[in-house]
Design a binder for this molecule. Structure first.
Ligand SMILES: Cc1cc2nc3c(=O)[nH]c(=O)nc-3n(C[C@H](O)[C@H](O)[C@H](O)COP(=O)(O)O)c2cc1C
Length: 227
């Protein structure tokens, strides 16, 4: 290759016929958690639409409080290692998160902080769908806006549409389904739209374009910009 030749990189389309794989979990440790109910419904819908689900419990990803002194001794909590492994083994992830004091639960942010320290950083370029359930009228939606910040900071492609189930203590029937049919359909549509995007990203990647910033610049590692 000549020194100044631009490189066009294309992700290989070699997994076209494999089913999509989704890591799904609730960020609540509570036994009767509404978010766990919602995560279970999401798992059923994802399977119904032909993808594989890797369902996880938050307890599998439990980590001690992040401490850079521990990290500098190269100690990695098993919960962080487990999450990294599961994240990398799936095409995308779905979190159903409680809202605590208008934000995400501390244990979720703590786990994200630990996992963000791996290199390569495993959240980068993963797709995520965020959902919540709460007895409140807003369904815990503020937790999802707070959760977006670290995930987007880490390069996760967070799906624009989020789902928040309001008045969660009255929203499920005895079979653990969303009682309101319109709401249940909306939830399913939200998941299917997310699945379509993940499918497109996995099987129909765009060609990456490279260009130089100013006319007359010679492309090299310093001046090259990649979209
Ligand atoms: C420490 C704490 C703070 C909470 N703060 C909020 C809040 O800001 N907004 C809200 O909608 N619910 C809040 N709740 C209520 C939770 O939404 C409710 O407990 C919910 O059931 C938790 O989710 P889970 O059922 O999945 O465990 C809070 C609960 C706790 C324990």
């Amino acid at each position: 290759m000549e020194q100044n030749e631009q490189t066009i990189s294309v992700r290989p389309r070699n997994r076209e016929n494999e089913p999509l794989r989704f890591l799904v979990f609730s960020a609540s440790l509570r036994t009767a958690s509404y978010n766990t109910l919602l995560a279970k419904i999401a798992s059923g819908i994802i399977k119904k639409h032909g993808a594989e689900v890797d369902y996880a419990e938050m307890s599998e990803f439990d980590c001690p409080s992040f401490n850079q002194d521990i990290e500098s001794k190269k100690i990695v909590p098993p919960g962080a290692e487990e999450f990294r492994k599961r994240l990398l083994a799936n095409d995308a992830f779905v979190i159903s998160s409680p809202e605590y004091n208008a934000s995400m639960p501390g244990l979720l942010k703590n786990m994200i902080d630990w996992v963000s320290r791996f290199s390569p950083q495993p959240f980068n370029e993963k797709h995520a769908l965020l959902m919540s359930a709460s007895p409140s009228m807003a369904g815990g939606n503020k937790a999802l806006w707070s959760l977006r910040i670290p995930l987007e900071h880490l390069g996760t492609r967070v799906f624009p549409d989020m789902f928040s189930l309001a008045v969660a203590h009255r929203a499920f029937n005895t079979d653990g389904e969303i009682t309101n049919a319109t709401l249940a359909q909306r939830f399913e549509n939200n998941l299917v739209a997310f699945m379509d995007l993940v499918e497109a990203a996995k099987n129909y990647p765009c060609i990456k374009k490279a260009w130089v910033e100013f006319l007359g610049e010679q492309p090299d590692l310093v001046t090259e910009r990649v979209e």
